[in-house]
Design a binder for this molecule. Structure first.
Ligand code: FES
Ligand code: FES
Length: 233
């Protein structure tokens, strides 16, 4: 029985990474374990801040008055961010807007865990400043589905059971979505090239390629147009 509950908990965690949120976990102890894991990730990130993150933590700077305001569109919604001029986009997404599906990995544009789209192009959100993005449109893993309708990549990820620990998968999917938007029928080499900056310490690369091919086949069969998510207009 304990094993079943534990497996359910991790299934929910993995799917949550693909959808950009953590699902409700039952029983209660499973939620407690997950929150502790999340706290540990954050604690590790704060304990070893890279040089890039020498600016004040966002939870502190956003409470101060006098910060400049930057207007962006995030997942189709206009937002005004009053943040430090040096704040990386990743900080604003996670700690100001609460969009925690985008992950902190390396902080120096090397791992791909923080990948989002800016004006439909994949970018490392740890290494671009909010102040450089005024007027631009940002899409995160939370904005990839169209309402309750999963993006074909998210459905393929679940069908192929891609995720292992899940930590890198949001970034992998965002890079894959950008690839399919410009190349509807990518070869394995195309996929390897487009996602070479997205690292998976669990080694799920074969399943990632399978899922991308499945999503491409879905588009081909359905005749739907490629895009990186819901309409942002
Ligand atoms: S956290 Fe941004 S690339 Fe690693
Ligand atoms: S699934 Fe664990 S790092 Fe990619």
């Amino acid at each position: 029985m304990f094993n079943d509950m534990f497996n359910d908990m991790f299934d929910d965690m993995f799917d949550g990474q693909i959808l950009g949120h953590e699902r409700n976990l039952t029983p209660q102890f499973a939620g407690d374990i997950f929150r502790n894991l999340s706290k540990n990730y954050k604690a590790i990130a704060l304990r070893f801040p890279p040089d890039l993150h020498s600016s004040p933590l966002p939870s502190a700077v956003t409470k101060e008055s006098g910060m400049p305001e930057y207007k962006l569109k995030v997942n189709g919604t206009d937002v005004n961010l009053n943040v430090d001029v040096e704040m990386p986009l990743l900080w604003a997404l996670r700690d100001v807007l609460g969009l925690v599906g985008t992950k902190y990995g390396c902080g120096i544009a090397q791992c791909g865990a923080c990948t989002v789209h800016v004006d439909d192009m994949p970018v490392r959100s740890c290494s671009v400043k909010v102040s450089d993005l005024a007027g631009k449109s940002v899409r995160t893993i939370e904005g990839l589905a169209n309402g309750t309708e999963l993006h074909p990549l998210q459905q393929a990820w679940i069908d192929v059971d891609v995720a292992q620990c899940g930590y890198c998968q949001g970034g992998q999917i965002m890079s894959a979505a950008a690839l399919l938007a410009r190349n509807p029928d990518p070869s394995d080499n195309d996929i390897n090239t487009a996602l070479e900056g997205n690292y998976c310490r669990c080694g799920t690369y074969n399943r990632i390629r399978s899922a991308i091919h499945q999503a491409a086949d879905f588009y081909d069969a359905s005749g739907l147009s490629m895009n990186s998510g819901e309409d942002t207009a």
